[in-house]
Design a protein around this ligand. Structure first.
Ligand code: SF4
Length: 474
């Protein structure tokens, strides 16, 4: 080899080495994400409850019996607990708030420990459970106590049959917590200064009438067992109700509704009887080729901790599908950022986001409602951040019993008067269902108009007439 050939050969060798060493060129279709966008994986851990419960260790805190016994039920217990921790003016504010709302107050230590007591006014968990006089607004004149007409659509007490193949079975009227925004404030919890409740207590005789009705209607295939909250249902009743329904020829699907996983996840870790009962119902369903699942109710990412992950891991290992129904609330989760974090965090712990509800038109919680437009805007931002099956459908549960309608599917929406009109041809053909944006979001002039019964009627009539005109022009 000549020296020039040597040189060429060694250059060629170098190039081969270079080619081997150079990593293959990676094409990035999207810019790399910031660490912040992965915070859905970081769940609160450690003994964060110690500020409120300094003497309570992990074993005690993880006991559902301890949680139930130490829930703040009523004004006195709550005030005693937070005295010296929460600001004094906050405590005065809540003492007044307690007497102005339709729901009794009951909050678990799990949730109380998660509240930011340095700024409880803005805390998203506090807003959902503890009313403050300073934050309440007068009700919109179109608000009612049973805005979804659940009682009107009930052929048997505690059984609402609205959709053709599905019924809502209200087996009891208590819950481990009482949510301010509850759509069933007409029945749930004890009487308050403003509402005398309908009685839906645990009562196998009442349930029997519901079972007979369900059996008599061959079109019914899907039963939601709710309340109240099935977390509060003793294991023997979980098993009995589940077995009774699954053994009906017409029933294909049952869902147990419980907010419990969001407000007291330790029950799944410590109440073996309840867990075994619901697992047995799930296994019976499997054997009969029928679906059994849990529908739960997380509203903010702050409610999800490492304890929740542990509880969900147990349910997941047992094969239970858990879906989430969330209520859009002002100051709680009404931003794309919060709803995105909630969506991703639910997926992280194997809970499927199912629905995000427009806040129902119930009394006493006007501060928590948002406009329909806010809901539409948030949905647009959240859709696409993760897989479609892990993205909730945003709905309005049409006031007056139209059932759930996709929030975008209004027939007419007057953003000035705040009236949106929905129709539900397969639920109640020919009917119009009106939703009303909160007054505080409307102009002073329109707010004043809503105080005048004659103008109220005119605004409603205008919305319906416009809906009909738009239809004719289609
Ligand atoms: S857990 Fe459900 S039924 Fe009970 S108060 Fe809350 S929203 Fe109402």
């Amino acid at each position: 080899m000549t020296s020039s050939q040597d040189l060429a050969a060694s250059e060629a060798e170098k190039n081969i080495v270079k080619a081997k060493a150079a990593p293959p060129e990676v094409r990035h279709a999207r810019a790399p994400v910031s660490a912040d966008s992965l915070k859905h994986r970081e769940l609160r851990d450690g003994e964060w409850w110690r500020r409120l419960y300094p003497d309570v260790g992990e074993e005690e805190f993880l006991s559902h019996v301890w949680q139930m016994r130490n829930s703040a039920y009523g004004e006195e217990k709550l005030v005693d607990l937070i005295q010296g921790i929460a600001p004094d003016d906050f405590i005065e504010d809540l003492k007044k708030g307690f007497h102005l709302v339709p729901m009794a107050v009951r909050v678990t230590p799990y949730l109380l420990g998660l509240i930011d007591w340095d700024n409880p006014w803005e805390d998203p968990i506090r807003r959902q459970f503890i009313p403050l006089a300073s934050q309440l607004y007068p009700d919109h004149p179109m608000l009612t106590l049973d805005s979804l007409h659940e009682q009107k659509d009930a052929p048997v007490e505690g059984l609402t049959h609205r959709y053709q193949d599905k019924a809502l079975f209200l087996v009891m009227d208590t819950c481990p917590v009482y949510c301010r925004f509850c759509t069933r404030s007409y029945a749930i919890g004890v009487d308050t200064d403003t509402v005398e409740k309908v009685n839906l207590r645990v009562d196998p005789k009442r349930w029997e009438k519901a079972f007979e009705y369900i059996e008599s209607r061959p079109e019914l295939e899907d039963i939601v067992i709710s309340g109240g909250d099935t977390y509060n249902l003793p294991a023997k009743h979980v098993r009995a109700i589940g077995e009774r329904l699954l053994n009906m020829k017409n029933i294909r699907r049952i869902r147990f509704a419980t907010k419990g996983i969001a407000v007291m996840p330790m029950k799944v870790l410590s109440d073996d009887k309840w867990l075994d009962a619901i697992t047995d119902v799930l296994n019976l369903g499997r054997k009969l080729h029928k679906e059994v699942c849990i529908h739960t109710h997380f509203n903010t990412p702050n409610e999800i901790t490492e304890i929740t992950r542990r509880a969900m891991n147990v349910l997941f290992e047992r094969g239970m599908t858990v879906r989430n129904q969330c209520v859009l609330q002002n100051g709680v989760n009404d931003s794309a950022e919060t709803m995105t974090l909630l969506t991703k965090r639910l997926s992280e712990i194997n809970v499927q986001p199912y629905y995000v509800y427009q806040h129902d038109m119930v009394q006493g919680v006007e501060d928590l409602r948002t406009t329909v437009q806010a809901n539409i805007d948030i949905e647009k931002m959240v859709r696409g951040v993760t897989a479609g099956f892990n993205t909730a459908v945003h709905v309005v549960d049409a006031p007056g019993g139209g059932g759930k309608r996709d929030v975008h599917s209004f027939d007419y929406y007057n953003r000035e008067t705040g009236v949106s009109v929905y129709t539900a041809p397969s639920v109640k053909p020919g009917a119009f269902f009106l939703y009303f944006d909160p007054l505080r979001e409307l102009s002073d002039e329109i707010q004043a108009a809503w105080m005048d019964p004659k103008k109220q009627k005119e605004m409603c009539d205008q919305a319906i007439a416009e809906t009909m005109r738009l239809r004719q022009n289609r």
